[in-house]
Design a protein around this ligand. Sequence first.
Ligand SMILES: NC(=O)c1ccc[n+]([C@@H]2O[C@H](COP(=O)([O-])OP(=O)(O)OC[C@H]3O[C@@H](n4cnc5c(N)ncnc54)[C@H](OP(=O)(O)O)[C@@H]3O)[C@@H](O)[C@H]2O)c1
Length: 290
Amino acid sequence: MTASTTPASPDSNAGSTAFIGGGNMARSLIGGLVARGTPGSSIRVAEPAEAARKALADDFGVATFADGAQAVDGADVWMLAVKPQVLRQVCEALAPQARARRPLVVSVAAGITTAQISRWLGGGEDADAPAIVRCMPNTPALLGAGVTGLFATPAVDASGRERAQALLSSAGTTVWIDDEAQMDAVTGTSGSGPAYVFLLAEAMEDAAKRQGLPDATARTLALQTILGAARMLTEPGAPPPAELRRRVTSPGGTTQAAIETFEEGGLRELVDRAIANAAERGRELSAAND
Ligand SMILES: NC(=O)c1ccc[n+]([C@@H]2O[C@H](COP(=O)([O-])OP(=O)(O)OC[C@H]3O[C@@H](n4cnc5c(N)ncnc54)[C@H](OP(=O)(O)O)[C@@H]3O)[C@@H](O)[C@H]2O)c1
């Protein structure tokens, strides 16, 4: 099914989830949901690009639409998966349906606050405020190996939290955040975090080459070391990172020589500053989108 031919009555779509935006993040969430048994027929996707609509319909059996208003028709969960720059326009176009339907709105748009989404959807205050869950996933979500911070507004009830968590669990681990202001810290830690590990991989690979190793060997050694260490860190019952490090650092040995170099070079302070700067940039970008 690539487009709805008969306009569905709102209640015939009750229980369905509408995705607004059918790009990378939507695709990985939908793929995860369908793989875990959610019927594709209960997922409706609005996506302007015809090729992307066709691929989503062919791959997952979802109903696709060129227009957001049609996709959300009757759906009680709306997943906003467009770029932050277009979210305002998307929400304002859906505001009449949001007021009438009062869906659970879940957003993965980086840096956009629940107050902004609420305002753009024409939401009222207090008892009349829309139920919004703001999420910060990261790119490993595309492999189902992400981690997502979630924040819910007071209007989201326990079943809304469960539904939002189930949606994002298809992309990996989920963590609830109580204070929305901390979402910028989530962005600075896990949202931008994969790039910090990519940088470490680059630096290790380059250093290995300077030690005379062939290019391919240097890359394999660096990447598989990071993969193996990440697996040790996340094994069930794994000790904390500091303990794992202690266990592989014999006094006077090779690892200690390297760790001392990192510590003397101020690695901890540098990581602290990097994450603080990423969080600050997140705050600035949110303000710029207002
Ligand atoms: N990818 C990640 O790892 C990641 C991580 C954290 C957060 N996020 C957040 O996830 C959101 C989506 O990111 P993404 O990587 O999936 O981006 P993406 O691949 O560009 O997907 C966005 C999709 O939305 C479509 N779109 C644009 N305007 C639309 C409209 N008015 N109605 C319906 N669909 C519309 C775009 O179509 P066109 O291309 O034709 O414009 C595109 O296919 C962003 O807000 C981002 O901040 C992504």
